[in-house]
Ligand binder design. Structure first.
Ligand code: AMP
Ligand code: GLY
Length: 424
């Protein structure tokens, strides 16, 4: 079988790596890919939002399954275009991708499904949003741009002034352009954050092993929000009882309501959760694998990922055997470029990746990298996801950071405390 993975980050590298391990897969392409996917697959120079270009490539190369990594092509309708052309694709339709593409849509689904989440209001005018903030009893509040804002459209505010500034940034300064035409203002939840990912085919739900991301830039969860500075799996806070609650109160009603809403969900349902004193509540839904959560989770998956994703694309997940998992723990440490999540340089030469990969049970997943004349250069903010598997989290952490030490470029940095939250 021939597989096309769409995207160019760390998530796409782990997808490529895992799919290539399937005995059923003879060839993996990645569009546009990075330096890492160039080694584990064949890169194709087509942008991930160039739907006609990707469709043409998939047709002429007789691709059997296309796996969409990021949200933007899904929200732009890539899956619909592929399905209409009779091609198999893993990823939700444009209508179902609104679960991530519009925070208002996502909240409406949660309300209809009675899924626990923060109380919220939606505003289309800045003055009404500002007035509402003034009238609220609590100071703490979360202000979110409705549309896709590359993970930067959420402001967790501890004072009313901060919240008003956030509304102005979104609706008056138009920082996120049309993604900020509406704002969702919601109660601030407290608790431990965790991500649950499930593979869904419209009706059957297969939850994956648990993981926890580290969204803030610096140690101890300080500094600005990022796309994720590291993740580990399994997350100790989610025991079997908690997982049952999440499945029963969140995943099943969401998938059911998406069906009755005529926006059947097929693909990865990613629930970002806050484990509050009143139980798990949804912070957000995403419609794709988490990055960097996918790296440690898929490193622990023993089952054939191709078979699972193909079954989801064909609507026959009910025929898939129970997933097999490596009982060991995995940790992914993101190495970032100087300045990230603000502006950062590109084009710095990276050394030591091969040495790191030679360490036992280590795999360096590439994110913002590109291959130029045989050299790996930095090409993004999150550059590498150094991932290690070991008997427990403590050993996995030691191994991942040993690998990090082998890798160098000018200005490289990472958090030093990935997975410490599991031991708090
Ligand atoms: P989102 O993109 O909606 O996941 O939001 C990004 C981050 O903002 C989340 O990972 C949380 O850390 C935080 N966040 C979002 N919504 C809330 C909320 N209602 N209460 C507290 N924190 C939140
Ligand atoms: N790591 C967070 C995300 O993928 O959205």
């Amino acid at each position: 079988m021939k597989v096309l993975v769409i995207g160019q980050g760390g998530r796409e590298h782990v997808l490529v790596w895992k799919l290539a391990q399937s005995p059923k897969v003879e060839k993996v392409y990645c569009a546009p890919g990075n330096a890492g996917t160039a080694l584990d697959a064949e890169n194709v120079a087509i942008a991930d939002t160039d739907i006609p270009g990707l469709l043409e490539f998939a047709r002429s190369n007789e691709i059997d399954l296309t796996v969409v990594g990021p949200e933007a092509p899904l929200v732009a309708g890539l899956s619909d275009a592929f399905r209409e052309a009779g091609l198999k694709v893993f990823g939700p339709s444009q209508a179902a991708a609104q679960l991530e593409g519009s925070k208002e849509f996502s909240k409406q689904i949660m309300r209809a499904a009675k899924v626990p989440t923060a109380d919220y209001r939606v505003f289309t005018h800045a003055d009404e949003a500002l007035e509402y903030i003034d009238l609220r009893e609590q100071e703490a509040v979360v202000v979110k741009a409705d549309g896709l804002a590359a993970g930067k459209g959420v402001f967790v505010c501890s004072t009313k002034d901060e919240a008003k500034d956030a509304v102005k940034t979104i609706m008056v300064d138009h920082k996120f352009k049309e993604a900020g035409a509406k704002v969702v203002i919601e109660d601030c939840l407290e608790g431990i954050e965790t991500s649950i990912l499930a593979i869904v085919d419209g009706k059957t739900i297969i939850p994956l092993e648990t993981s926890q991301d580290h969204k803030r830039a610096h140690d101890g969860d300080t500094g600005p929000n990022t796309g994720g500075m590291g993740a580990y799996s399994p997350a100790p806070y989610v025991d079997d009882d908690m997982m049952d609650t999440i499945i029963e109160k969140i995943l099943i009603p969401t998938v059911h309501t998406m069906k009755t809403n005529d926006t059947d969900f097929s693909g990865v349902l990613y629930a970002g959760l806050m484990l509050t004193s009143q139980g798990p509540k949804v912070l957000e839904f995403n419609v794709r694998f988490g990055d960097p959560e996918a790296q440690p989770v898929l490193m622990r998956l023993k089952s054939d990922l191709f078979e699972i994703l193909m079954a989801a694309a064909e609507g026959r997940l009910d025929q898939i055997d129970d997933l097999e998992w490596d009982e060991r723990a995995a940790i992914c440490v993101v190495m970032a470029a100087d300045g990230y999540p603000g502006s950062y340089p590109k084009g710095d030469a990276i050394t030591g990746i091969d040495d790191a990969n030679e360490l036992e049970n280590v795999k360096v997943f590439h994110a913002g990298t590109k291959l130029v004349d045989g050299k790996v250069l930095t090409n993004g903010g999150r550059v590498l996801g150094v991932t290690a598997l070991a008997d427990n989290l403590t050993a996995a952490k030691l191994q991942a950071y040993k690998a990090v030490k082998a890798i160098r470029w000018s200005g490289a940095w990472c958090r030093k405390d990935i997975s410490d939250k599991a031991r708090d």
